[in-house]
Write a protein that binds this ligand. Sequence first.
Ligand code: MG
Ligand code: MG
Length: 333
Amino acid sequence: MPRSLAGILFTCPGRPPGTAAAAPGPPLACAARVTPPDLDDVRSRARAAFLGLALGDALGATVEFMTPGEIRAAHGVHRELVGGGWLHLRAGRVTDDTEMSLCVARAIDAAGGWDLRGIADRFVAWMRGGPVDVGSTVRKGIRRYMLDGTLAGPPNEGDAGNGAAMRMVPVALATLADAALLERCALEQARLTHHHPLSDAASAHVGELLHLAILGRGKPRLRRASDALVARAPKLAFEPYRGLATGYVVDTLQTVLHAFFTTRGFEACVVDAVNRGGDADTTGAIAGAIAGAYYGEEQLPRRWLRRLDRAVRQELEALSDRLVALSPLGRGD
Ligand code: MG
Ligand code: MG
C-alpha cells in the first residue's frame, strides 16, 4: 500500500492487513474501520465522472430551454445523443459545461497542481475562441478578470447561477481525498465568475458527492451528506421536488439531487434530469458526473460513448487519470 493512503486509513493495531473483520478475538481498539480505496477503482470512477459530465451535457443540450411538455411532444422520452437543440449541435457535441471543466483540468495538469490564475487564463482563451455558448455570469466574470486581473468578484445577488457548480469535476479529482482542500479549491474556482453563498454551497456539495462516490461510498452516505447540506441551507431542499430546472443554482441542484436519489442506474438518472427541461445540459452534466462516479464506467451507455466527440472523450480520459495522480490521494500525501 502506498504510504500516501496512511492519512485516510483507520488501521487496527495487531491485525494484519486483509484479516477478516469477523475473525474471533479480543475487541479491537479502533472504533471506525474504513476500507482502503482501491486506486484502480478510484481511477475508473474518476473517468466515469468526467465522461458522465460530457454525456449529460451532450444529451441535455438537445432539449435545453424546453419545457417537459415540449420535450415529450418532440421526443417522447429524450434518451439519445442526437444533437440539435437551440445551439444546432451535431450529435455528441458538448457545450460550455464540459469545455470550461476542461479548461480547469488543463490548467491543473499543466501546472502540476492547483493554479487559479492558470484556470482564469484558460477561461479567457476559451471565451476569445468563440465557444458555442457562454453564460452571462460567466462572461461577466471573465471580463472582470481581463480588465483588472482579480481572481474573485465581489459578492453579488445576481451570481446565483449554476455556472460554477458545473465545473466541479476536475476540482474534485485533483483534491481526492482531502475534504478541506476540496472546499478551498471549490470556492476559489467558483468565485472566478460566481460569488454567491448558494453557488458556493452547491459547488462545494457537488464536489463532496463526487469525492464520496469516487471513493466507493454507498448511496445512504451520499444522502446523509445532502441532508446535512439541506439542514445548513434549507433553500436547497429537493423533496418534495418543485419541478424547476432553470439555471438558478437552487433549481439546478434540486433537479440533480432529486434525479440521483430517486433513480437507479446512470442512464435513468441522466434521462430523468434532462427531461425536466430548462437548463438541461447543465443539470444533465452535473447529474451525469455524480451518477458516473457512483455507478462507474461499466454503466456508461456504449451507444452514448460512441457518439460522444472522440477528441473530447480521449482528452477527458487522459486528464482524469492525470488529475487523480496529482491529487493528495494519488500522490500519497
Ligand atoms: Mg451548456
Ligand atoms: Mg446550460
